[in-house]
Design a protein. Structure first.
Length: 288
């Protein structure tokens, strides 16, 4: 009920803005039918996402806002994004519920199994999209160089996350640090880097993260590619002598030229001293 109220307040704020701040709307439905081995069997999950967004430019500055409501197949309703952003071409600040820069993008991750032996470290502990206080200051230095400083604050989930980014001519790179305490009160510190390139409908990305959670060292390496409607990926997670190897792939097919897609996907994961996990999924997505 609280999150429904938050969404309603965010929508009301967008609608009550001056007439020159037009509100945009979109929605989509995503439905997953999944089979997993090791006694997990078949399942079905999904959600409807409703988005409202607006941006006004005036006097060299801008104010933007977005609110996203998620209605799950299981009956739960929650808020995904709910933020306001203000600034100009040189920099801005974003406040609310959102995700900051991704230091470990997974590509076409329709289904990614878990090997169960190691969590690794992906430098995304303080990336955001939680109910805690969250702010991100972004500065644009020009020539494709940017800086983002993310700060989260709560009774326990408190951290700082600076990220430097560069992007030009189909090449992008981000490097960042994070330090603080997570929701469990555990000390978190680490660093990560991600590098990507896109050209002629092909996207390639490599990521690496290394850090500690409650003095337990971990690292993760990820490599993925998208080739038009297809995507493949690999992730290796390590904690001490424990290791997980995860492979995943997906291919999206158009449905009757309606803008909807159906995506078969598969994933395999094997952790140290653990049984192999295999998952198969068919995802239907329709934007309306």
């Amino acid at each position: 009920m609280i999150r429904k109220t938050q969404f309603a307040v965010a929508i009301a704020a967008l609608i009550s803005a001056p007439a020159f701040a037009a509100v945009g709307w979109d929605a989509n439905i995503e439905l997953d039918t999944t089979y997993q081995n090791n006694g997990r069997g078949a399942s079905q999950s999904g959600r409807v996402e409703l988005n409202a967004f607006s941006k006004t430019d005036k006097g060299g500055g801008f104010v933007a806002g977005r609110a996203s409501l998620i209605a799950g197949k299981g009956g739960a309703t929650t808020v995904d994004d709910m933020w306001v952003q203000m600034g100009n071409a040189s920099g801005d600040i974003k406040l609310g519920r959102f995700e900051a820069a991704d230091l470990f993008p997974a590509g076409k991750d329709v289904i990614v199994e878990d090997g169960g032996a190691a969590a690794g470290y992906k430098t995304n502990a303080f990336r955001g999209r939680t109910s805690d206080a969250h702010a991100a200051l972004t500065l644009n230095a020009g020539n494709g160089i940017g800086f983002e400083l993310g700060v989260m604050a709560a009774a326990k989930n408190t951290g700082i996350r600076p990220v430097v980014s560069f992007g030009m001519n189909g090449f992008s790179a981000k490097v960042g640090l994070e330090n603080g305490k997570n929701a469990a009160g555990q000390k978190v510190s680490g660093a990560g880097i991600t590098i990507g390139t896109t050209m002629a409908g092909v996207g390639l990305n490599a990521s690496y993260g290394s850090g500690k959670v409650n003095d337990v060292k971990g690292s993760s390496f990820g490599l993925n590619g998208t080739f038009g409607p297809a995507g493949v990926g690999y992730i290796m997670d390590k904690n001490g002598s424990k290791k997980d190897n995860t492979f995943y792939a997906a291919y999206s097919l158009p449905l009757f030229d309606t803008g909807a897609t159906i995506t078969p996907a598969a994933s395999y994961a094997k952790g140290t001293d653990m049984a192999k996990n295999i998952g198969l999924r068919v995802r239907v997505n329709y934007a309306f």
